[in-house]
Design a protein around this ligand. Structure first.
Ligand code: AMP
Length: 207
Protein backbone atom coordinates (compact mmCIF):
# COMPACT_ATOMS: atom_id res chain seq x y z
CA UNK A 1 0.00 0.00 0.00
CA UNK A 2 1.53 3.29 -1.11
CA UNK A 3 0.05 6.43 0.43
CA UNK A 4 0.53 10.17 0.17
CA UNK A 5 -0.42 12.48 3.02
CA UNK A 6 -1.29 15.98 1.86
CA UNK A 7 -2.13 18.90 4.11
CA UNK A 8 -0.86 22.28 5.23
CA UNK A 9 1.93 22.42 7.80
CA UNK A 10 0.14 21.78 11.10
CA UNK A 11 -2.78 19.88 9.54
CA UNK A 12 -1.71 16.75 11.43
CA UNK A 13 0.10 14.73 8.75
CA UNK A 14 2.87 13.66 11.12
CA UNK A 15 0.43 12.56 13.83
CA UNK A 16 -1.60 10.49 11.37
CA UNK A 17 1.61 9.10 9.87
CA UNK A 18 2.71 7.77 13.29
CA UNK A 19 -0.65 6.05 13.79
CA UNK A 20 -0.65 4.61 10.26
CA UNK A 21 2.85 3.18 10.74
CA UNK A 22 1.79 1.64 14.06
CA UNK A 23 -1.31 -0.04 12.61
CA UNK A 24 -0.23 -0.95 9.06
CA UNK A 25 3.53 -1.21 9.46
CA UNK A 26 4.33 0.80 6.36
CA UNK A 27 7.36 3.02 6.11
CA UNK A 28 6.94 6.73 6.90
CA UNK A 29 8.96 8.98 4.63
CA UNK A 30 8.99 12.65 5.59
CA UNK A 31 11.07 14.90 3.35
CA UNK A 32 11.10 17.52 6.12
CA UNK A 33 12.56 14.95 8.56
CA UNK A 34 15.10 13.90 5.92
CA UNK A 35 16.27 17.51 5.59
CA UNK A 36 16.34 18.04 9.38
CA UNK A 37 18.46 14.94 9.81
CA UNK A 38 20.82 16.15 7.04
CA UNK A 39 21.05 19.51 8.83
CA UNK A 40 21.84 17.79 12.15
CA UNK A 41 24.59 15.78 10.48
CA UNK A 42 25.96 18.90 8.78
CA UNK A 43 25.80 17.44 5.25
CA UNK A 44 26.03 19.56 2.11
CA UNK A 45 22.37 18.86 1.27
CA UNK A 46 21.41 19.85 4.82
CA UNK A 47 23.25 23.16 4.59
CA UNK A 48 21.70 23.90 1.22
CA UNK A 49 18.15 22.93 2.35
CA UNK A 50 18.43 24.99 5.56
CA UNK A 51 18.81 28.22 3.60
CA UNK A 52 15.32 27.64 2.13
CA UNK A 53 13.70 26.05 5.18
CA UNK A 54 14.62 28.88 7.54
CA UNK A 55 12.73 31.31 5.30
CA UNK A 56 9.72 29.01 5.01
CA UNK A 57 10.48 28.46 1.32
CA UNK A 58 10.47 25.21 -0.61
CA UNK A 59 13.72 23.40 -1.33
CA UNK A 60 14.17 23.18 -5.14
CA UNK A 61 12.40 20.26 -6.83
CA UNK A 62 15.47 18.51 -8.26
CA UNK A 63 17.03 18.11 -4.79
CA UNK A 64 13.82 16.83 -3.17
CA UNK A 65 13.02 14.44 -6.01
CA UNK A 66 16.54 12.96 -5.88
CA UNK A 67 16.18 12.29 -2.15
CA UNK A 68 12.77 10.64 -2.56
CA UNK A 69 13.87 8.61 -5.58
CA UNK A 70 16.80 7.06 -3.74
CA UNK A 71 14.73 6.50 -0.58
CA UNK A 72 11.96 4.64 -2.43
CA UNK A 73 14.50 2.19 -3.84
CA UNK A 74 15.49 0.98 -0.36
CA UNK A 75 14.28 -2.49 0.68
CA UNK A 76 12.11 -1.20 3.56
CA UNK A 77 9.87 0.63 1.08
CA UNK A 78 9.13 -2.37 -1.11
CA UNK A 79 6.12 -3.47 0.97
CA UNK A 80 4.60 -0.01 1.00
CA UNK A 81 5.40 3.54 1.99
CA UNK A 82 3.73 6.71 3.12
CA UNK A 83 4.97 10.05 1.89
CA UNK A 84 4.53 13.02 4.23
CA UNK A 85 5.42 16.48 2.95
CA UNK A 86 5.97 15.25 -0.60
CA UNK A 87 4.90 16.15 -3.26
CA UNK A 88 4.67 19.86 -2.62
CA UNK A 89 4.69 21.03 -6.25
CA UNK A 90 3.08 19.73 -9.42
CA UNK A 91 6.55 18.99 -10.82
CA UNK A 92 7.25 16.75 -7.80
CA UNK A 93 3.88 14.97 -8.26
CA UNK A 94 4.69 14.34 -11.93
CA UNK A 95 8.17 13.05 -11.06
CA UNK A 96 6.72 10.72 -8.42
CA UNK A 97 4.22 9.40 -10.95
CA UNK A 98 7.15 7.97 -12.91
CA UNK A 99 8.74 6.42 -9.81
CA UNK A 100 5.86 4.63 -8.08
CA UNK A 101 2.23 3.65 -8.14
CA UNK A 102 0.15 5.46 -5.51
CA UNK A 103 -2.99 3.80 -4.08
CA UNK A 104 -4.50 6.69 -2.18
CA UNK A 105 -3.87 10.35 -1.38
CA UNK A 106 -5.20 11.46 1.99
CA UNK A 107 -5.76 15.19 1.90
CA UNK A 108 -6.05 16.50 5.48
CA UNK A 109 -7.77 19.86 5.32
CA UNK A 110 -7.54 22.28 8.23
CA UNK A 111 -8.50 25.94 8.64
CA UNK A 112 -5.59 28.43 8.74
CA UNK A 113 -6.45 29.73 12.24
CA UNK A 114 -6.28 26.21 13.66
CA UNK A 115 -2.98 25.30 12.00
CA UNK A 116 -1.45 28.63 13.12
CA UNK A 117 -2.33 27.76 16.74
CA UNK A 118 -1.04 24.19 16.40
CA UNK A 119 2.30 25.26 14.90
CA UNK A 120 2.87 28.14 17.29
CA UNK A 121 2.44 25.79 20.29
CA UNK A 122 4.34 22.86 18.79
CA UNK A 123 7.36 21.52 20.66
CA UNK A 124 9.44 18.93 18.83
CA UNK A 125 11.91 16.26 19.83
CA UNK A 126 14.82 14.99 17.72
CA UNK A 127 13.24 11.49 17.91
CA UNK A 128 10.30 12.72 15.81
CA UNK A 129 7.77 13.10 18.65
CA UNK A 130 5.74 16.32 18.82
CA UNK A 131 3.77 17.91 21.65
CA UNK A 132 1.55 20.94 22.08
CA UNK A 133 1.98 23.42 24.90
CA UNK A 134 -1.77 23.35 25.60
CA UNK A 135 -1.66 19.65 26.55
CA UNK A 136 1.99 19.06 27.54
CA UNK A 137 3.97 21.39 29.80
CA UNK A 138 7.25 19.48 30.28
CA UNK A 139 10.38 20.40 28.36
CA UNK A 140 11.59 16.84 27.81
CA UNK A 141 10.20 14.10 25.57
CA UNK A 142 7.91 11.51 27.13
CA UNK A 143 9.21 8.82 24.76
CA UNK A 144 13.00 9.26 24.80
CA UNK A 145 13.73 11.91 27.44
CA UNK A 146 15.26 14.23 24.80
CA UNK A 147 15.07 18.01 25.19
CA UNK A 148 12.11 19.58 23.36
CA UNK A 149 12.73 22.52 21.06
CA UNK A 150 10.86 24.95 18.82
CA UNK A 151 11.65 24.22 15.17
CA UNK A 152 13.29 27.22 13.47
CA UNK A 153 10.49 27.22 10.93
CA UNK A 154 7.79 27.13 13.64
CA UNK A 155 8.58 30.76 14.55
CA UNK A 156 5.58 33.04 13.85
CA UNK A 157 7.04 34.95 10.86
CA UNK A 158 8.13 31.71 9.13
CA UNK A 159 4.81 29.95 9.85
CA UNK A 160 2.95 32.61 7.87
CA UNK A 161 5.30 32.17 4.93
CA UNK A 162 4.94 28.38 4.97
CA UNK A 163 1.15 28.63 4.97
CA UNK A 164 1.23 31.15 2.10
CA UNK A 165 3.52 28.88 0.08
CA UNK A 166 1.20 25.92 0.74
CA UNK A 167 -1.91 27.88 -0.32
CA UNK A 168 -0.19 28.96 -3.55
CA UNK A 169 1.11 25.52 -4.57
CA UNK A 170 -1.47 22.94 -3.44
CA UNK A 171 -4.21 23.59 -6.05
CA UNK A 172 -2.58 21.85 -9.05
CA UNK A 173 -1.50 18.90 -6.87
CA UNK A 174 -5.08 18.37 -5.66
CA UNK A 175 -6.31 18.58 -9.29
CA UNK A 176 -3.63 16.09 -10.38
CA UNK A 177 -4.69 13.40 -7.89
CA UNK A 178 -8.39 14.17 -8.21
CA UNK A 179 -7.96 13.55 -11.93
CA UNK A 180 -6.53 10.13 -11.13
CA UNK A 181 -9.51 9.38 -8.85
CA UNK A 182 -7.34 8.59 -5.79
CA UNK A 183 -7.82 11.73 -3.67
CA UNK A 184 -9.78 11.56 -0.40
CA UNK A 185 -10.27 14.75 1.61
CA UNK A 186 -10.61 14.59 5.40
CA UNK A 187 -11.57 17.25 7.93
CA UNK A 188 -8.34 17.84 9.87
CA UNK A 189 -9.82 20.31 12.38
CA UNK A 190 -10.78 17.38 14.62
CA UNK A 191 -8.76 15.43 17.19
CA UNK A 192 -5.99 13.07 16.04
CA UNK A 193 -8.08 10.03 17.00
CA UNK A 194 -11.22 11.26 15.23
CA UNK A 195 -9.28 11.87 12.01
CA UNK A 196 -7.65 8.46 12.38
CA UNK A 197 -11.08 6.75 12.52
CA UNK A 198 -11.68 8.03 8.97
CA UNK A 199 -8.16 7.09 7.89
CA UNK A 200 -8.66 3.50 9.14
CA UNK A 201 -11.94 3.14 7.26
CA UNK A 202 -10.26 4.25 4.03
CA UNK A 203 -7.08 2.20 4.41
CA UNK A 204 -8.80 -0.97 5.65
CA UNK A 205 -10.86 -0.81 2.49
CA UNK A 206 -7.87 -0.82 0.15
CA UNK A 207 -5.51 -2.97 2.26
P1 AMP B 1 7.89 19.81 6.85
O1 AMP B 1 8.55 19.17 8.01
O2 AMP B 1 7.23 18.82 5.92
O3 AMP B 1 6.94 20.93 7.25
O4 AMP B 1 9.04 20.48 5.98
C1 AMP B 1 9.86 21.49 6.51
C2 AMP B 1 10.52 22.27 5.39
O5 AMP B 1 11.34 21.38 4.59
C3 AMP B 1 9.57 22.90 4.37
O6 AMP B 1 9.05 24.15 4.82
C4 AMP B 1 10.48 23.04 3.15
O7 AMP B 1 11.38 24.12 3.31
C5 AMP B 1 11.30 21.74 3.21
N1 AMP B 1 10.61 20.68 2.47
C6 AMP B 1 10.10 19.52 2.98
N2 AMP B 1 9.53 18.78 2.02
C7 AMP B 1 9.67 19.47 0.86
C8 AMP B 1 9.27 19.24 -0.47
N3 AMP B 1 8.59 18.14 -0.84
N4 AMP B 1 9.59 20.18 -1.41
C9 AMP B 1 10.27 21.29 -1.07
N5 AMP B 1 10.65 21.58 0.18
C10 AMP B 1 10.37 20.68 1.16
Amino acid sequence: MNIILLGAPGAGKGSQANKITERYGIKHISTGDAFRSNIAQGTEIGLYAKSFMDKGQLVPDDVVVRIVESRLKEPDCQKGFMLDGFPRTLAQAEALDKLANIDVVLNIQSTPEIVMKRLAGRRSCACGACYHTSTYDKDTCEKCGGKLYIRDDDKPETIKNRLDVYAKTIGPIIDFYEGKGILVTLNGDRSISDVFEDVKRILDDIN
